[in-house]
Ligand binder design. Structure first.
Ligand code: AKB
Length: 311
């Protein structure tokens, strides 16, 4: 019998590039297909150009390739969506419906779709933010993620769709650059520190945000998809957490390795976005339900980032 395949949509992004390699290592490259809006991309697995808003094309790819699982990562992140709210809403919502509806039709067995800490807003408790709390997002990205969470829960409850989701914090990795997020400074800072010994940060020194090293985020993503269905008790999206730090704290940690590193602060429009997000997250439900556990804290993450970026 031919094995069904896994499709990653939005594979060229920060999470996708690492997720594809991990899925290929775990399940075999012949079982993974990467897709994105670009004409071409360099993956160790088959690549298909695909616009998630083209429903007919997505359906054809799913049928032609015997796809049973989709990781749907294509989205405009917080900073980019603020610059183009209409398209941010369209891509983030219509893209999700395109995949949820294929599962509703019975063409997909399982879906992963990421939500974000951006669902939280100024009325949410800022520290140790619980799974269940006040949720009043203020960005287009946050509103789309919160609406998406409710639709995931609805499609699960009403149509039995096996959709699984986590609220990503800021993600830090060395294999690819992020694009369009408010937490991107925590990746840029390493590149600039190694190239110029200096970084001009677009958030203020004391802006603490929840963060996670990419290897932990990939582990959480694959773990939640591999967990037995009855352990996934939340079908909107799970809080997950690893560390929390502000720009001054990460700069201090980097200085231990690059002693002449200097940081300056020049907050821009992204400061207002970060001000409304939690500083730290409580993820007890994810830990209890499907055994989520992080490995990297700030110190270990900085060592690993610098080692790998130095090459
Ligand atoms: C962003 O900054 O927009 C993202 C996120 C927290 O979802 N990294």
């Amino acid at each position: 019998m031919k094995h069904s395949k896994i499709l990653v949509i939005g594979a060229c992004g920060q999470v996708g590039t690492e997720l594809v390699d991990n899925l290929a290592d775990r399940f075999g490259p012949e079982r993974v297909i990467a897709s994105d809006i670009r004409d071409q991309a360099d993956f160790s697995v088959d690549y298909i150009k695909l616009d998630v808003l083209d429903r007919a094309a997505v359906k054809q790819v799913v049928i032609d390739n015997n796809i049973s699982e989709v990781y749907h990562l294509a989205a405009l992140l917080s900073a980019t969506a603020e610059k183009n709210p209409e398209f941010g809403w369209k891509l983030n919502m219509d893209g999700l419906f395109s995949i949820l509806d294929l599962a509703k039709e019975g063409l997909l067995k399982k879906i992963f779709w990421p939500s974000s800490i951006a669902v939280f807003g100024p009325t949410t408790p800022r520290f140790d933010t619980p799974q269940y709390t006040i949720i009043e997002p203020t960005t287009v990205y946050g509103i789309s993620k919160f609406a998406g969470e409710r639709w995931c829960q609805y499609y699960h409850d009403r149509y039995g769709v096996d959709v699984r989701s986590i609220r990503y914090p800021g993600l830090i990795g060395w294999k690819s650059l992020p694009g369009g997020g408010t937490t991107d400074y925590a990746v840029e800072i390493f590149h600039e520190a190694l190239k110029n010994n200096s970084y001009n940060c677009f958030l203020s020194a004391d802006t603490a945000l929840p963060m996670m090293y990419m290897s932990d985020a990939i582990k959480a993503t694959i773990d939640i998809m591999q967990a037995p269905s009855d352990t996934i008790k939340i079908r909107s999206s799970y809080n997950i957490s690893a560390m929390s730090f502000n720009p001054a704290e990460i700069a201090h940690e980097i200085k231990k390795h690059i002693s002449d590193f200097e940081i300056q602060y020049e907050p821009d429009f992204r400061q207002a976005i970060a001000n409304n997000w939690p500083a730290s997250i409580n993820d007890q439900e994810a830990r209890d339900h499907w055994n989520w556990k992080h490995e990297f804290d700030l110190r270990r993450m900085v060592v690993d980032m610098i080692e790998n970026l130095k090459g």
